[in-house]
Design a protein around this ligand. Structure first.
Ligand code: NAP
Ligand code: MG
Length: 406
């Protein structure tokens, strides 16, 4: 079979544990036999990050800046136990946080919708994507306890100016206080990333806060978001994408009866909470994909789940595993589809579609890993192994790709 040529190199980031095992299988069985592709490879295995003093992560992020698209395997974020386990120099930062700060991106989490695995929320027939602003608010707060009566004020001292005081509360009894902040630039890039994502997926955008109560803080998010939407109004109109601003309580009530198929953009805390609610509503962590979109239009695709440590330890003992590879396969589908679109290479785009169709058909044919059989009330003995699932996808892909390349 002749291979399909991918014009521009793609950045590949390898990872850890069970997902590294899956990653190799996906490459060997579902990608390299069909594509003539130049992969700019970075090994983000925790030992290699340690060996390079994490330079390899920085290099990978810069490579995404250069080529525009990357695909990443899940990686360990080391804690004290991992430092011991892998004999590391220190608890290195999360690679995702490093890459996100270099690309200044926003993470979008999108569930894989399978029509034979009904979501817990019956009305959801299309994915709901959560775009979470990942800077500031609660996550960079200053908070403290007040144990005696006293006045709490926020003091702002402009450079070269007089201090300005804002009363928070005149305490007559014990209580608690929190100060939070955000930055215009960060809110603007968040809005821009949401617009780029919605345009790429042709999805409507909802943005929700509580501006009726927080007339400065939340209202400022609403204002900046609206300004960025207005700047790209023509493009959004041409793509028939609508923008809705909602109060967050209204948004939550509306989404439960909506059929899905939209992007819900949220502030940091709201996005943190709601993305887990949506993931649970759709089914399993193994069915959640994730993409980092930079305001400059660079994309990094990955599975939303971690390295599936428990399954890896079973694998090391020589026991058969039944780990769901769909989210990792969908990371490749997303990256290759985007590469094909940007390069205007129809055959690469068609390949991405064929891989998606092969993966979905596998599940529709009833071939599932344990996490999926459990969602449809089947027994564990009806589940296939990790490799068995990937082989079943390959079988279906073979016939689709032969039809493509002739
Ligand atoms: P995890 O990998 O998300 O897995 C937690 C549990 O969720 C698994 O034990 C498994 O449940 C289930 N699960 C997750 N993905 C699955 C899949 N593809 N197929 C079937 N079941 C799946 O979290 P973890 O094992 O607690 O964390 C391991 C490492 O991942 C940590 O070191 C953490 O730093 C890292 N992490 C990385 C990323 C990333 O790179 N994006 C994200 C999160 C965590 P059962 O055990 O019940 O089968
Ligand atoms: Mg969370």
């Amino acid at each position: 079979m002749s291979k399909i040529r991918v014009k521009t190199p793609m950045v590949e980031m390898d990872g850890d544990e069970m997902t590294r095992v899956i990653w190799q299988m996906i490459k060997d069985k579902l990608i390299l036999p069909y594509l003539d592709i130049e992969l700019d490879y970075y090994d983000l295995h925790v030992s290699n990050r340690d060996k390079t003093n994490d330079q390899v992560t920085v290099d990978a992020a810069n490579a995404i800046k250069k080529y525009g698209i990357g695909v990443k395997c899940a990686t360990i974020t080391p804690d004290a136990d991992r430092v011991k386990e892998y004999n590391l120099k220190k608890e290195w930062k999360s690679p995702n946080a490093t890459i996100r700060s270099i690309l200044d991106g926003t993470v979008f989490r999108m569930p894989i919708y399978l029509k034979n695995i009904p979501p817990a929320v019956r009305s959801w027939h299309n994915p709901i994507v959560i775009g979470r602003h990942a800077y500031g608010d609660l996550y960079k707060c200053t908070d403290f306890k007040v144990d005696k009566p006293g006045k709490v004020e926020i003091v702002y001292t402009p450079e070269g100016g007089e201090p300005q005081r804002h009363l928070v509360h005149d305490f007559k009894e014990p209580g608690i206080v929190m100060g939070i902040h955000n930055l215009e630039k960060s809110i603007r890039s968040f809005a821009q990333s949401c617009i780029i994502y919605a345009l790429s997926k042709r999805m409507d955008i909802w943005f929700a806060t509580k501006d009726t109560i927080s007339k400065e803080y939340h209202a400022y998010f609403k204002q900046v978001f609206q300004e960025e939407i207005d700047k790209r109004r023509e493009e959004l109109d041409a793509a028939h994408i609508t923008y809705r601003y909602l109060l967050i309580d209204d948004a939550v009530a509306q989404m439960m009866k909506h059929e899905g198929g939209f992007l819900l953009a949220l502030k940091n805390y709201d996005g943190d909470v709601m993305s887990d609610m949506v993931a649970a509503g759709f089914g399993s962590l193994g069915l959640m994909t994730s993409v980092l979109v930079s305001p400059n239009g660079q994309f990094e695709y990955e599975a939303a789940h971690g390295t599936v440590k428990r399954h890896y330890y079973e694998h090391l003992k020589g026991n058969a595993t039944s780990t769901n590879s769909l989210a990792s396969i969908f990371a490749w589908i997303g990256a290759l589809g985007k590469r094909g679109k940007l390069d205007k290479t129809m055959d690469v785009l068609e390949f991405a579609r064929a891989l998606k169709s092969a993966a979905l058909t596998t599940v529709y044919d009833g071939i599932m890993t344990k996490d999926m059989t459990r969602m449809v009330g089947k027994t564990d003995s009806e589940a296939v192994t990790t490799e068995g699932f990937i082989d079943a996808v390959k079988q279906r892909l073979d016939s689709k790709v032969s039809a493509l390349v002739g």
